[in-house]
Design a binder for this molecule. Structure first.
Ligand SMILES: [Zn+2]
Length: 641
């Protein structure tokens, strides 16, 4: 069993669960087990138990439990893959496959280069050469503490400054080019970052993986320059300051999301240390995934006019699926958090963040504000706009509440108008919702299935569920996709959106291009994109698989999740490998298809049967096939309600 090229068995062999847990829990012996106060919930009497023999832990209080990977995942708040890598490094376990070992060596070398480069840039800023830039930072109100805390640096206005310095440390021009730090030109290389203020970009564990550079001269283009994507750095998957903000996020129980480096630094200076920056890109499904592991609520502090905010609003489905409460700061147009702190101070920004409104309310407010102080026609126009906002809100958004809110706000100076206005708005909303639903119904949402199956009443409401889970698993693991995409047929995906996602994945594979939710997204027609966003957040197989190892930790939730895969928890208790799991799922699909073919054939024979005897024989077989089909279907939807 391997994950991301790591040998999980070897990690298990070398690791001592007690050693991993004891810095976080004061363990005491109780029988063959150890017990202590659970680090995952507040308690006075110990309900955390650990079985050193089996290598499992479980808390009877909060029901958390699993093996060493699960513990590291939860205590460090990292993904399964990150937990594995963390443990592998700590224990000195080498990567498994030779190809992975080579890839790992490249990674290590790139990481070492980034670390050296960060130190080099930082030293330049601290030294004489950086005097002008330090003065600039001071003028912008960035404190020395921030300069040190964020390890800001300076890149000289020269073509080979970094190249020469790194050559002395044993890194070639080729190395720098691979890291995106140098640009190849005919027979030589030149530095990518010149005359720029440097912001090191770190991964979730705090290692430098890329740089951002802000222009220091007025005529310099572009104003912000980032490292290109590299084996270390995928822009859509990294949030700036995430590594440092993690603890603050846990304490504040929220994340403040901003767009730029300086916005994040300004937030931190204003005491909002839970700030992370998207580095100018839209919030991606990966970003949301990263954040929802840490917090339940997000505050978007974007310039009201920015493309980033517009994109975030379009992505509201994403937030809803992630069960994130998203609030928007009412920032004046053309103003970002950095401006607020510089012009009005930290307290002003803290106040703005505290006053952030739920996304839908903020949108309604913005639509209505456009008509403020204007004539009746503009008012009516704004109300229509507001109804559209409500109609497009994801199901589950509190439409009724906001309908009343709207009527109250609009009818504030005419109380007798309020009720009729509310009724009017309710009607308009119903019409609009109907119109939108009518439009989307044209896209088939689930398998239409074979007619016969429908006649037999076997069609299940959750058709397409297993397919969705498979695709979600592929999105999470390029390795898995590589192994199994080829063995799946396009007919397995009766849903238009799923089929498009599947085909996009296959195209990427065939072209040998990098495989991530971002890449797949780029392949899709815009109307399919929400399907993908849904899939990208659908499923976190790692934790289920790891939990399944811990029999004790198998709670109702796990049972439910496995149930949706059509995998019987008891039966598959031993399934610990993702690879194995996908095979089981594919086998289920095959079985489903085979049975449906058989069913079709039997129905045809039933129609053509010449004698009563033959009819009865066919009927008997059909009953058996139907029984097995509904068994399969029943399993698949187990726990869905
Ligand atoms: Zn607990």
């Amino acid at each position: 069993m391997s994950a991301g090229g790591w040998d999980l068995e070897e990690i298990r062999r070398r690791a001592d669960l007690v050693e991993i847990v004891s810095p976080h829990v004061r363990l005491r012996k109780s029988g063959a087990r150890l017990g202590g106060l659970c680090p995952f919930h507040q308690e006075r009497t110990p309900s955390f138990t650990l079985d050193p023999e089996k290598g499992l832990w479980h808390c009877f209080g909060c029901k958390a439990g699993g093996d060493l990977f699960r513990f590291v995942e939860m205590i460090e708040k990292v993904s399964f893959a990150e937990a594995v890598e963390l443990l592998a490094r700590r224990l000195g376990v080498p990567p498994k496959r030779p190809a992975d070992a080579a890839r790992q060596r490249t990674r290590e070398r790139l990481l070492a280069l980034h670390e050296q480069a960060a130190k080099f840039f930082q030293a330049l800023l601290r030294g004489d050469t950086g005097r002008g830039t330090r003065a600039y930072l001071q003028r912008r109100g960035i404190s020395n503490e921030s300069v040190e805390a964020f390890c800001l640096g300076y890149a000289r206005d020269a073509w080979e400054s970094l190249l020469k310095a790194m050559a002395k440390r044993g890194f070639s021009g080729q190395d720098l080019a691979r890291a995106g730090l140098a640009v190849p030109r005919e027979d030589h290389f030149y530095d990518r970052f010149r005359n720029r203020l440097i912001f090191p970009i770190r991964d979730a564990t705090g290692r430098v993986i890329a740089f951002g550079g802000r222009a220091l001269a007025d005529d310099q283009q572009p104003k912000y320059l980032n490292s290109p994507e590299s084996p270390l750095f995928q822009k859509g998957q990294v949030l700036w300051n995430f590594d440092r903000a993690r603890r603050a996020m846990a304490e504040a129980e929220r994340a403040v999301v901003v767009e730029g480096y300086l916005d994040a630094i300004s937030c931190c200076e204003a005491g909002l240390t839970e700030a992370v920056a998207t580095m100018g890109t839209a919030l991606t499904a990966e970003h949301v995934n990263l954040l929802r592991r840490q917090v339940k609520s997000l505050v978007l502090a974007f310039d009201s006019d920015s493309a980033g905010l517009a994109a975030a609003l379009r992505g509201r489905e994403l937030f809803q699926q992630a069960e994130l409460d998203v609030r928007v700061v009412s920032m004046p147009e053309g103003v970002d958090p950095d401006d607020v702190v510089r012009e009005r101070g930290g307290e002003a920004l803290r106040q703005l963040v505290a006053d952030a409104r739920p996304m839908i309310e903020w949108e309604l407010g913005r639509v209505l504000a456009r008509a403020e102080g204007q004539g009746e026609r503009a008012q009516a126009e704004a109300l229509r706009g507001a109804i559209l906002v409500l109609a497009r809100a994801p199901a589950g958004a509190d439409r009724e509440y906001y309908l009343r809110w709207l009527a109250e706000r609009q009818g504030a100076d005419a109380p007798d108008r309020r009720r009729p206005l509310e009724a009017e708005l309710r009607q308009a909303l119903a019409r609009e919702i109907k119109r939108i639903e009518g439009r989307s119904r044209r896209i088939p949402l689930a398998a239409s299935g074979e007619g016969s199956a429908q006649r037999q009443g076997l069609e299940k409401p959750s058709a397409g569920r297993l397919q969705a889970t498979l695709l979600a698993a592929f999105l999470q693991s390029g390795d898995l996709a590589e192994q199994h995409l080829g063995s799946l047929k396009v007919e397995y995906f009766p849903d238009e959106g799923q089929r498009a996602v599947f085909e996009a994945m296959r195209r990427l594979m065939e072209r040998g291009e990098p495989f991530s939710a971002q890449e797949v997204l780029a392949e899709l027609e815009p109307h399919i994109r929400p399907t993908l966003a849904g899939l990208a957040l659908e499923y976190v197989p790692e934790e289920q698989i790891e939990e399944s190892v811990a029999k004790k930790g198998v709670g109702e939730r796990l049972k439910r999740q496995w149930g949706t895969l059509g995998i019987d928890v008891e039966e598959e208790q031993a399934v610990t490998e993702r690879e194995k799991w996908v095979e089981v799922a594919i086998a289920r699909l095959e079985e489903d298809r085979r049975l449906r073919r058989q069913q079709r054939e039997l129905l045809r024979r039933l129609d053509e049967a010449k004698s009563q005897e033959e009819r009865e024989a066919v009927q008997g077989e059909l009953t058996e096939v139907n029984r097995r089909l509904s068994e399969l279907a029943g399993r698949r939807i187990m726990g869905e309600n």
